[in-house]
Design a protein around this ligand. Sequence first.
Ligand SMILES: Cc1cc2nc3c(=O)[nH]c(=O)nc-3n(C[C@H](O)[C@H](O)[C@H](O)COP(=O)(O)OP(=O)(O)OC[C@H]3O[C@@H](n4cnc5c(N)ncnc54)[C@H](O)[C@@H]3O)c2cc1C
Length: 507
Amino acid sequence: MKEATYDVIISGAGPVGLFLACELALAKCRVLILEKTDNPYSPLKQLPFGIRGLSAPTIEALYRRGLLSELEIHKRLKNPHTTAVQQGPRRQVGHFAGIPFHEGDIDISQWKHRLPSSTETNLITEMEEIETVLTRRAEVLGVEIKRGLALTSLHQTEDGVTVQSDEQSFHSLWLVGCDGARSIVRKAGGFEFAGTEPEFTGYSTKVDIVDPEKLKPGRNLTKEGMYLQSQPGFIVIQDFDGGAFHNSEKPITLEHVQEVLRRISDAEVTISALHFATTWTDRARQATSYRNGRILLAGDAAHIHSPLGGQGLNLGLGDAMNLGWKLAATIHGKAPNGLLDSYHTERYPIGAQVLDWSRAQVMIMKPNPESRALNSIIRDLMDTQDTATYMAGRVWGIFTHYDLGGTNPLVGYSVPNFEFEDGRKIGEFMIDGQGILLDFDTNPSLKTLANEYGNRIKYVSGRAKEQLGLRSALIRPDGIIAWASEGEPDLQSARQEASLWFTQLIS
Ligand SMILES: Cc1cc2nc3c(=O)[nH]c(=O)nc-3n(C[C@H](O)[C@H](O)[C@H](O)COP(=O)(O)OP(=O)(O)OC[C@H]3O[C@@H](n4cnc5c(N)ncnc54)[C@H](O)[C@@H]3O)c2cc1C
């Protein structure tokens, strides 16, 4: 067997590859990232095109690993889709298919597991900022990042994976493809990528327009598609051409953008300069398995869909948070049976929901009478409290959970950010990525149970300001509640649940 230089090679230093690398390095794995591009900077990663809405699970993940405070931009720009003119209860805080929902319509008391001490539910950052913060953290943790090296081929055996990049080859125990929508790892790794074909070509452009007053401000559904002018000169267009232009890979010329914009807006505007343009589609596909032997996929490599509603980054970072500790435990020989496969079992349905969410939006944006009829019904419903609360809950990931069984309704959900009487919050105990046995009653038997797992489970006790009826809970390293008790804890069930996720010191 060839000696592996690395525990894990990650293909792609996008946000998902970087965050996964941080999780693995935190758990003392040797990680190499191969990144195709030399230069991590691009106008596409900066405002306004690089703007990314972060949802509750992402914000919690960054907070729990001490990274949230490093994101500067969120301190200035709270809530996606908010503009200076919209303040007060009618402030737009998100949208579904371009139909806004407003802060004042959302009833947060319906979100039972969110506490006053919880993190924000939605913030924005830009791609460049999040990648910079994650790169810095990865390097501090000892991750090796080689830029300007694209993974071109791979070969896996029972013991490991060898990858090729230019003339160089690298060997590791595991390979994770975080190399985006056109992932080579996915293609060369034998993964099936199933789904639906696009309805439209989307354009993100920066242009100079001679007669901008001919365009309406904001988002406009027209009889041909949609155009959005977020700031003067920054124009997003949806042309329902079945994705033909994007697929043609033709150059995006000024003349072409002008023709599309005129047709979609039905306004004879004249573009005098095209500074920047890129296209995208609503193709929605998902790997039917996130694991093939020693090769795994995460982020856009595992699932693609339209950027409507801004979910892809959140979905990918959720993959990384779920996978990191499981793969690390497997590498260290400390994973109970089936732990690594639970990555696919848990994350695939979440990905499928996001794909469907984006498909549903496309369906009611289509320029046909049936779609427009449905669109106007959703628009009416959006002004009701229940719809706005539901939409916000979906868009911000409030309802995200895994089906882990269990009798307590909190099992499978992200742990509420309980605040102890001394002011500390449970999220602050998660910085090192260990599991936690949370005990509001300081029960000696639970402390003994945690001790049986050494540093894999940290015992945290004390009264919290609000306990949501709980007396104890077992929290996985990704912040998910695996077991919870409202009464005197049933030690046998706590012990059984702990053994599903962690291995004891001597077992
Ligand atoms: C217009 C637009 C708006 C969006 N808005 C939002 C939003 O508000 N919220 C949200 O959650 N998501 C949003 N998204 C989606 C989000 O940007 C992506 O889902 C996210 O960037 C995926 O991260 P990733 O790390 O998986 O892939 P990527 O960001 O694509 O990174 C992949 C990396 O792999 C590298 N790579 C590729 N091939 C190779 C190779 N062979 N070898 C080595 N390296 C390779 C690439 O250079 C790149 O650095 C938006 C997307 C678009 C297009």
